[in-house]
Design a protein around this ligand. Structure first.
Ligand SMILES: NC(=O)c1ccc[n+]([C@@H]2O[C@H](COP(=O)([O-])OP(=O)(O)OC[C@H]3O[C@@H](n4cnc5c(N)ncnc54)[C@H](OP(=O)(O)O)[C@@H]3O)[C@@H](O)[C@H]2O)c1
Length: 383
């Protein structure tokens, strides 16, 4: 049986029998450091429209934490015919093999991957929005051959050119969160120049890109963080107004939410938020609904602190605010957003690089909120 050493690049197109992968099994779902373990797996076969990629580096995301814990759902149950899960929805790498129907990519191309999969045959995929396709799923979360392995298998439409000025690790770090933030702000909330945008978790994976996108379109990001070093980071990305959320206990209810709103208005010259960038969920959502201005938009893609939301709906209808659900991005959005990285207008914010063997530890750090910006795992990139 031949395998590939980590940190090495074999002869172009050469495929070993087995690959190293970080695997989650049903019997060990729990905290990431225990749940994710290295195993030797078969290298996946690719179908006509699929591509096999040699993974140079992989990006850490919160969905790996959800997958490891098996909560709120056990993603392994989504594919009972293969009862294991290789997480990972971000990667940079080299095209290693292409399916028979793939014509626009070739072996040797350097790529980054986006994580939206769809059927590519239905009306939504051909003129609509592939996010509305009945077969839509997030690669590396709802599918099981993700990026924490030496090779990964993706649909050809998931490939984007790797920005040449980035290292493998930087290139692997931004796709999932940046493309999500792009859709949320640009296409869903349609943020305008001059608007005030309250960004929760501004130093986190989504937040660092939300802040940059606001600046790029001329909006004013008000960045919420929990530590001084995180405040320094978001200021370096262009946020002029920063709120430390530890000055408030939002679990106490409306009085604290109102005090938070007062702080926001002090910073904006008396304005409420035109847009609230939400992904924290239960802990922050009642405040988000309160502090959005009349006709304001609350755009939400996640719920780190809990997904059952309880808020005072009177603020919503009396002031005609809108809640907008948003989920990842389609290929067109990912491609437009990637172009901004290629042009140097948006930059990855890579805080830490871990070796492949530390994949579980890196997810644990994210689960415990020790990180800021993005983290990447070195796989075949030189050590
Ligand atoms: N639907 C989608 O397509 C999609 C895509 C990407 C992410 N998501 C989801 O969005 C969420 C955030 O993702 P991410 O990559 O940005 O995660 P992240 O890197 O962990 O950043 C989240 C930030 O939220 C803040 N936070 C954590 N708990 C909080 C609380 N109780 N109250 C206020 N702020 C809190 C933290 O910053 P401070 O401690 O400094 O405040 C943290 O930096 C996750 O739940 C993820 O699953 C969804």
């Amino acid at each position: 049986m031949n395998t590939l050493d980590l940190g090495t690049t074999p002869r172009l197109g050469e495929i070993p029998d087995k690959m190293k992968a970080f695997v989650i099994r049903p019997e060990r779902e729990g905290e990431p450091r225990d749940s994710m373990q290295i195993e030797l797996m078969d290298v996946p076969e690719c179908g006509p429209n699929e591509v096999l990629v040699l993974v140079m580096a992989a990006g850490i995301n919160f969905n790996g934490v959800w997958a490891a814990r098996g909560k709120p759902i056990s993603v392994i149950k989504l594919h009972p015919e293969e009862p294991f899960h290789i997480a990972g929805s971000d990667a940079s790498g080299i095209v290693w093999k292409v399916g028979s129907a793939v014509t626009n990519w070739k072996v040797g191309d350097e790529v980054v991957l986006h994580c939206n999969q769809a059927c590519r045959q239905c009306p939504e995929c051909n003129g609509g929005d592939p996010l509305a396709c009945d077969a839509q799923q997030i690669w590396g979360y709802e599918t099981n051959w993700g990026s924490f392995s030496q090779f990964c298998k993706v649909q050809s439409q998931q490939l984007l050119p790797k920005p040449k000025h980035l290292s493998w690790e930087e290139a692997a770090s931004y796709g999932l969160t940046y493309f999500t933030a792009y859709r949320m702000l640009i296409d869903q909330a349609k943020v305008q120049a001059g608007e005030n945008v309250l960004v929760w978790g501004a130093s986190g994976g989504l937040g660092v890109f939300a802040v940059q996108l606001c600046r790029l379109v001329g909006a004013n990001p008000i960045a919420v963080v929990s530590r001084d070093d995180k405040a320094d980071l978001v200021r370096s990305l262009g946020a002029e107004h920063v709120i430390n959320r530890n000055e408030f206990d939002l679990s106490k209810g409306p009085s604290e939410s109102k005090r938070f709103g007062k702080k926001l208005r002090e910073l904006t010259g008396g304005e409420d938020a035109d847009v609230v960038f939400e992904h924290v969920g239960q802990y922050t959502f009642p405040t988000s609904v309160l502090i959005a201005k009349r006709f304001g938009r609350i755009v939400i893609c996640g719920a780190t602190s809990g997904y059952e939301l309880n808020f005072d709906a009177r603020y919503l209808w009396m002031r005609q605010k809108r809640i907008i659900g948003s989920h990842f991005a389609n290929t067109y959005e990912a491609s437009r957003a990637n172009r901004l990285i290629q042009q140097g207008k948006i930059r990855p914010v890579l805080d830490e690089v871990y070796e492949f063997e530390q994949t579980g530890e890196a997810h644990q750090a994210m689960a415990e909120n020790h990180h800021k910006g993005k983290m990447a795992i070195r796989v075949q990139a030189p050590r």
